[in-house]
Design a protein around this ligand. Structure first.
Ligand code: ADP
Ligand code: MG
Length: 635
């Protein structure tokens, strides 16, 4: 029983004395999150890890839980249990066909339920889950500095009563009081605040590709009626209980072994430690391929009994990898078709797609989803954290603590990008109504530059360093061109849910890149006010700095071009013109240097006048340079 402490006054930065945390108890990984006025956040363990592998090793007198149990599984195959969620609340009979694929020995336990044989004893999946939950509770208690007894726990939407009850039992064994069991796809939608702002029902597809399983769920979200939460209804679910990141690891491992001359059917002949090592290695390679176009691989493993693999080195490209996993991706798309058919919803009627599960980081998965649904899925939140974050949002609603969180119909702070020299170009100004869209043109600052880093900023100040950085992304593969020639168009689109999509395209080569952010994530209304006030205090100085930076950057480009032209046609210029021109270049160069060292000293109007005068003066030079180059081109 808990009493009045729910309604007691608490300091915004310290959790209430009986907080409710959100828990994603996953097949592969689990995590605990907490949501206060600042919004939801994942709680880290003492080493800064956010995901806890759902793996438990049983010792004679205790357990090892998480990363260590996972990494040393191969050394203790008989006593290590992973993926126990697959057994939770299911009968041994139901699972008979799958038994061979499980990483441990399944047996029939009490009431015919599936259990796990560990040496001499039987362990129920509830107990395994309880050990994971206890570890999460320790993490939460040490992160929040208070005792934690209540939790919202997520389960797959297709879990039946028996599976849900088994989850509750796990929680009870771990000493948790379950405040609510929430469906994983519903939690994912809550994390994005879907439904909160809508004025009509929305159809949301949640695509969850995790470590061992694939789930796709079709939700209908009804907008909240005054004071109430948005209503979420699961219309249909589909999936494949044997499709996930593990299968991808195995495919990649097979192909790497084939290159080393080991046929895939010879796998069983390999020492267990080599088998485990190659799977770990394949997984790391796969994760690296989500970031890079190629990954260099060098195989050289030694196992027990002197067994080792032939040494070999090669590169794996993302293209190759994509081709390899395409059949798996097609199976996920087939499930999407299936769930739409079951729900009687045409694909065009899906308003939002949310990506969940670590395996949706794979670019080919994102592309396949986008091309099937015809619009980009939500990816602003980390896909392996989104369920846990949503669980914590549900928890904070139950705590009655979501009031301070920002859910607005306008952009509370301006959004822009950093430009040359550290100034900010604002694309969307504060208080713009959402949805909104804006574009702006930029170019490169260095000759032959083939990639640009785009930093997305939020705030009212004029300099990037004084704004809040939402993140960066790279537009690469731009063909080498002189500075200022590439045409880079950056587009900001903020949709009705407040999700910001940033797209960049280089017009001459057609190269594009895009990313998403949740600009209101982790901001309270008090912080927004503080940021706004700060901008008033510094407005005058900031404006000056911004102007000086722009002048400096543009003047430097002018001087660069003028110097290049001078280098080519110097001897064709009348000497008195040359003297005048060089004098002006010297003045502007001096101003550029001062502006870089001590911008406050610069008189912006004077700088502007000097720059304009140089532009004027150099026109004759450019005319001569152009006619010269035309003459050169003649046969
Ligand atoms: P679950 O819901 O099954 O507990 P997760 O959502 O945590 O699992 O997903 C785990 C899977 O995601 C693993 O197979 C892991 O290799 C994969 N994964 C994590 N990061 C990446 C990445 N950057 N690229 C590809 N796969 C990834
Ligand atoms: Mg999951």
């Amino acid at each position: 029983m808990h009493s009045e402490d729910d309604s007691s006054e608490t300091h915004p930065d310290s959790p209430p004395c009986d907080p409710i945390v959100g828990i994603d108890l996953g097949t592969t990984n689990s995590l605990v999150a907490y949501c206060d006025e600042r919004g939801p956040r994942v709680l880290e363990d003492d080493d800064g890890a956010r995901l806890l592998p759902s793996v438990v090793r049983f010792l004679d007198d205790g357990v090892v839980v998480g990363r260590e149990a996972h990494d040393e599984a191969v050394l203790h195959p008989e006593t290590t249990v992973g993926s126990s969620k697959r057994l939770l609340g299911r009968s041994a009979l139901e699972l008979k066909e799958q038994a061979g694929k499980l990483p441990f020995r399944m047996v029939e336990g009490p009431r015919g339920l599936a259990s796990i044989q560990i040496g001499e004893r039987q362990v129920t999946p509830q107990e395994v889950g309880a050990h994971v939950l206890m570890r999460l509770r320790d993490i939460a208690e040490s992160a929040l500095g208070t005792s934690v007894r209540r939790a919202v726990i997520t389960v797959p939407a297709y879990f039946d009563d028996s599976q849900r009850n088994a989850t509750r039992d796990s929680a009870r064994l771990a000493g948790f009081n379950v405040a609510r069991i929430v469906n994983e796809p519903t939690a994912a939608a809550l994390a994005y605040g879907l439904g909160e702002r809508a004025d009509r029902a929305q159809t949301v597809m949640v695509f969850d590709l995790g470590g061992g399983t694939f789930d796709v769920s079709l939700l209908r979200m009804l907008p909240p009626e005054d004071g109430q939460q948005a209503l979420v209804e699961v219309i249909a679910t589909a999936g494949d209980t044997n499709l996930g990141g593990d299968d991808i690891d195995r495919l990649l491992a097979d192909s790497m072994l084939a290159r080393a001359g080991v046929e895939s059917d010879d796998w069983s002949g390999l020492a267990p430690s080599i088998r485990q090592a190659i799977i770990h290695f394949a997984r790391r390679t796969k994760e690296a391929l989500s970031e890079r176009a190629t990954v260099d691989v060098s195989l050289d493993f030694d196992g027990e009994g002197g067994q080792s693999l032939p040494e070999c080195a090669f590169a794996i490209s993302r293209e190759e990898f994509d081709r390899m996993i395409d059949p798996l991706i097609q199976r996920t798309i087939e499930c999407c078709r299936h769930v739409l058919r079951d729900g009687g919803i045409p694909v065009e009627d899906v308003d939002r797609i949310v990506l969940v599960g670590g395996s949706t980081r794979i670019p080919a998965v994102r592309e396949a989803v986008e091309s099937f649904f015809g619009h980009a899925p939500y990816t602003a939140l980390d896909p392996d954290e989104v369920v846990g974050l949503g669980a914590s949002v549900q928890a904070s609603i139950l705590e009655g603590r979501t009031r301070g969180m920002l859910l607005l119909d306008v952009i509370p702070l301006s959004l822009g990008i950093e430009t040359m020299g550290g100034a900010v170009a604002k694309l969307l100004v504060r208080n713009s109504a959402i949805p909104a869209r804006a574009t702006e043109r930029f170019s490169t600052s260095v000759d032959g530059q083939t990639s640009v880093r785009i930093q997305v900023l939020q705030g009212e100040r004029e300099l990037a360093e004084h704004c809040r950085s939402l993140g960066t992304f790279d537009l690469s593969g731009i063909p080498p061109m002189p500075a200022g020639i590439p045409k880079i168009e950056v587009e900001f689109i903020i949709d009705a849910d407040g999700v910001l999509s940033v797209n960049a395209v280089e017009g001459r080569s057609g190269r594009r890149a895009s990313t998403q952010f949740l600009p209101n994530y982790g901001l309270t209304s008090d912080e927004v006010d503080a940021i706004e006030n700060d901008s008033f205090t510094h407005a005058r100085a900031d404006m000056h700095l911004h102007r000086v930076i722009d002048l400096r950057v543009n003047a430097a480009l002018d001087v660069k071009w003028i110097s290049e032209a001078l280098g080519r046609v110097r001897d064709r210029l009348p000497s008195e013109y040359l003297v005048e021109l060089e004098a002006e270049i010297e003045v502007v160069t001096g101003l550029i240097e001062t502006a870089a060292k001590n911008p406050a000293e610069i008189d912006a109007a004077q700088f502007q006048a000097a720059k304009e005068s140089l532009d004027q003066k150099s026109m004759r030079l450019h005319e001569i340079a152009i006619s010269e180059s035309l003459r050169d081109e003649k046969p």
